[in-house]
Design a protein around this ligand. Sequence first.
Ligand code: NDP
Length: 329
Amino acid sequence: MHTPLESRYAGMTYQRCGRSGLRLPAVSLGLWHNFGGVDPFDTARQMVLRAFDLGITHFDLANNYGPPPGSAEATFGRILRDDLAGYRDELIISSKAGYLMWPGPYGEWGSRKYLVASLDQSLRRMGIDYVDIFYSHRPDPDTPLEETMAALDAIVRSGKALYAGISNYSAEQTARAAAILRSLGTPCLIHQPKYSMIVRSVEDGLLDVLDREGIGCIAFSPLAQGLLTDRYVGGIPAGSRASKPHGFLRPEQITAERQQQVQRLGEIAAQRGQRLAQMAVAWVLRDRRMTSAVIGASRVSQVEDAVVALAHRSFTDAELQQIDRILAG
Ligand code: NDP
């Protein structure tokens, strides 16, 4: 059993999630990669426990995280049981359903059948009675939005989730989803979009909708899966995400142009007294509409880097313009 640091709440910033009563840590830890059944359990355990000791109360999962799918939830459940059993009320645990999880017509997308069955499976894998946040992981073009939102509402009413969220929904889909959820009496707590210095589509309307609706925003892949770090400065190291065969970050994405940009961004970060990974987290959080950045990690030092980033979150106009110029070039 782990004994958490008494000082764990001293260094973290907690930000109100939209207009809800829930505050989330400015940095959350995601278990998409490096927490699966194929990954070393002890490293996964050390990262979760170090995160908790640093005030990271929010752990982001989904039914399909692994590999194999489901195994990240099993890993997290084991850590909860063995190390953090007395701390469930200090944790915000999220899960999602939307991507392919099991064969047949009920194993993906947005039907009520799939969402309810998937959450039951997630709860069993993690050994918990409820998740704090349950997301529709992606919009389903073939299921009425009313059905998907009614499923989230029913799940919250059943007590198996405390809050409802959506991920990968466009600005227009988000406005409709929020209106449906509001009419059902279960407000949409949070949206989880991809957002980083490299991927900025949320700025084209989504953040305005979230602000207007009072919905929080948690950015996923704020380091662009490792591109916005020094990970690939000298090539593609063994064990890095780009070296793995799953194809989420492919070697051909690490172009000479990207490496040059990363080097120049690293110089700005150094002038700010940060590593590039830290500046990337700070950049995402510079907007007051962002509730949290959900980072990934393969080692404890990466979790620590992200938390240190919070010490310097503001940017001058000149820095922001320089960053834009580098990435536009
Ligand atoms: P990041 O952009 O934070 O990338 C994480 C990767 O960057 C790490 O695995 C590591 O790569 C590298 N890295 C992290 N910190 C450092 C550092 N300090 N120095 C050098 N390299 C570093 O996020 P992810 O893409 O992992 O996504 C984060 C979370 O977002 C996921 O776990 C998941 O919870 C959520 N997510 C949600 C999605 C959705 O559809 N809703 C989709 C994708 C993610 P390496 O492993 O090579 O060391």
